[in-house]
Design a protein around this ligand. Structure first.
Ligand code: GLN
Length: 544
């Protein structure tokens, strides 16, 4: 039977609870304990798929095609597991399941209530994941902060679990923030005490408190929290802000959290092996030469909108012993005249995914700049549409080629709605989602990167390359280097007469891992790092 770790957040959101959860997974996995993870999101949307990136950040797509919270991306990268739809549960899913059952008549005669119907449905999801994953430990993160109205049924459900599966099989961890007062130069524990009180009020006594803070936490503060919150002193774990998220597992391990969890849940006492992480952090801390990459998107004000893309770039740069100097370029700004200057120092240009017409012309300009100046270009989903539109405008010598997403009446619809998408009315969960196979063409840049001929990658889109234009663009120099196995869909395209201009219809960023960069990102950075831009000096070989 699986054991459960429930993680709640206190005081404020955005203190890195997701990274903490992912790191707990890492330190358990380093002891050969199998883990799975679940994120509970209190909002009423069924999934984040229909939310704006400004509201929610990136939508992370699992292999089985679920549109999920970006924390799942961190779980996958840290624990190196491929999660499934069961790993993200929202209040919207819970309520719609309960109401559907009510309509079917499953509860005939009964009054449907939050307790027990909604809480039972929630607990059902815990057990479903435990059963499907067969993990020794299931880590469950409750989104939001204790005290949120929407989160209450989740907290009640995790409270009940202690009785249901036994006290020794459940551990509660509370992640809080210790704010710093500049006037008195001290960290304050009162908000933590309040949020622990709030937890106790609903019947949950945390076993461990992880204290986030921007400043070092003294023994005195630890004592105080231990005493006021009734938690063993060694179970008050300081987690100061660090320069790289990949340091967090090492910090938690140093503070003894791994051993503490093993003891409290009576898990097999294996030695932790975090050597891979130590090596990763060591490399990260070494000074590296920068490589300038321009990320051209329309949600750049909110960096979380491109979370996995950014991480994939970091992984690839580390592989080449380089540091990414990420230049965030707002695609709408590129639409102004003379704005190409924004790209002047870029050694590589990346255009990630997105929806809607706003800012697309700026992205097309970026693709044109990359093609004309022989700057490496990586297009991801929308970035591929942009590359195809730009190349068609060049090949046809017309400004008209477009995607029907942006210009429904274009005479040259080089990107159009998938036939199976026509007539789809509902917006939620109806895109082409999740893993699909892609056959690579021998000798292409894509095949050279993957060193493989058949790959599976995650999709999330409605629009697609229009085969009517295949020959025309091929004659002008476009290579279709990845196709669906039946040859019907263009999955990867690249330019023959360019150092490296490669785009894919899928989202490779979701599959990249620290220490195992995605092949397309790896080669993109590999080519970019050799590009010299204005004012740059060629690097001298280091004398031995
Ligand atoms: N808007 C495009 C489509 O729906 C691209 C989507 C994306 O970049 N994920 O096909």
């Amino acid at each position: 039977m699986s054991k459960y770790i429930f993680i709640t957040g206190g005081v404020v959101s955005s203190v890195g609870k997701g990274i903490t959860v992912a790191s707990i997974g890492t330190i358990l996995k380093s002891r050969q304990i199998t883990v799975s993870v679940q994120k509970l999101d209190p909002y009423l949307n069924v999934d984040p798929g229909t939310m704006s990136p400004y509201q929610h950040g990136e939508v992370f797509v699992t292999q089985d095609g679920a549109e999920t919270d970006l924390d799942l991306g961190n779980y996958e990268r840290f624990i190196d597991v491929n999660l499934t739809a069961e790993s993200n549960v929202t209040s919207g899913q819970i309520y719609s399941a309960v109401i559907a059952r009510e309509r079917r008549g499953d509860f005939l005669g009964g009054t449907i209530q939050v307790v027990p119907h909604v809480t039972n449905e929630i607990k059902e999801r815990f057990k479903r994941l435990a059963q499907k994953s067969q993990a020794e430990v299931v880590i469950i993160e409750v989104g939001g902060t204790v005290g949120d109205i929407e989160g209450q049924p989740f907290l009640e459900a995790i409270r009940q679990m202690r009785n249901n599966v036994g006290r020794d099989n459940v551990l509660y961890i509370h992640v809080t923030l210790l704010p710093y007062l500049t006037s008195t130069q001290e960290l304050k524990t009162k908000p933590t005490q309040h949020s622990v009180n709030e937890l106790r009020r609903i019947g949950i006594q945390p076993d461990v408190i992880i204290c986030r803070s921007d400043y070092p936490i003294s023994e005195g503060i630890r004592d105080k929290i231990s005493q006021f919150c009734d938690v063993d002193k060694q179970a008050v774990i300081p987690l100061p802000t660090v320069s790289s998220i990949y340091e967090v597992p090492l910090l938690l391990e140093e503070e003894g959290l791994g051993q503490l969890i093993v003891d409290k849940l009576s898990l097999k006492p294996h030695q932790a092996d975090l050597s891979q992480w130590q090596e990763l952090v060591r490399c990260l801390k070494e000074p590296r030469e920068p490589v300038n990459i321009a990320l051209v998107g329309k949600y750049v004000e909110l960096k979380d909108a491109y979370f996995s893309v950014r991480e994939a770039l970091y992984h690839a740069a580390l592989y080449h012993n380089r540091e990414i100097n990420l230049i965030w370029v707002h695609s709408e700004e590129l639409e102004n005249n003379g704005s190409e200057a924004l790209l002047r120092s870029a050694q590589g240009i990346i255009v990630p995914g997105g929806f809607g017409v706003r800012g697309v012309e700026g992205m097309i300009k970026a693709a044109s700049y990359a093609r004309n100046n022989e700057i490496p270009y990586l297009g991801l989903c929308l970035g591929m549409h942009v590359m195809v539109i730009e190349f068609a405008r060049y090949a046809l010598d017309s400004t008209k080629p477009n995607s029907t997403e942006f210009d429904p009446s274009t005479p040259y619809p080089v990107i159009y709605l998938l036939p199976e998408q026509r007539g789809v009315e509902n917006k939620g969960g109806t895109m082409r989602l999740g893993n699909y196979p892609c056959q690579l063409v021998d000798g292409s840049q894509a095949a050279n990167a993957y060193r493989d001929s058949l790959v599976y990658e995650r999709h999330r889109h409605r629009f697609e390359f229009n085969n009517q234009f295949r020959n025309l663009l091929e004659e002008a120099g476009m290579v279709y280097s990845g196709l669906s196995p039946d040859g019907r869909l263009v999955e990867v395209c690249e330019l023959a007469n360019h150092p490296w201009m490669v785009s894919c219809q899928f989202h490779p960023e979701f599959g990249s891992r620290p220490g195992r960069p995605h092949p397309l990102f790896r080669n993109f950075i590999g080519v970019s790092k050799e590009i010299l831009r204005e004012g740059a000096q060629p690097s001298l070989p280091l004398s031995s």
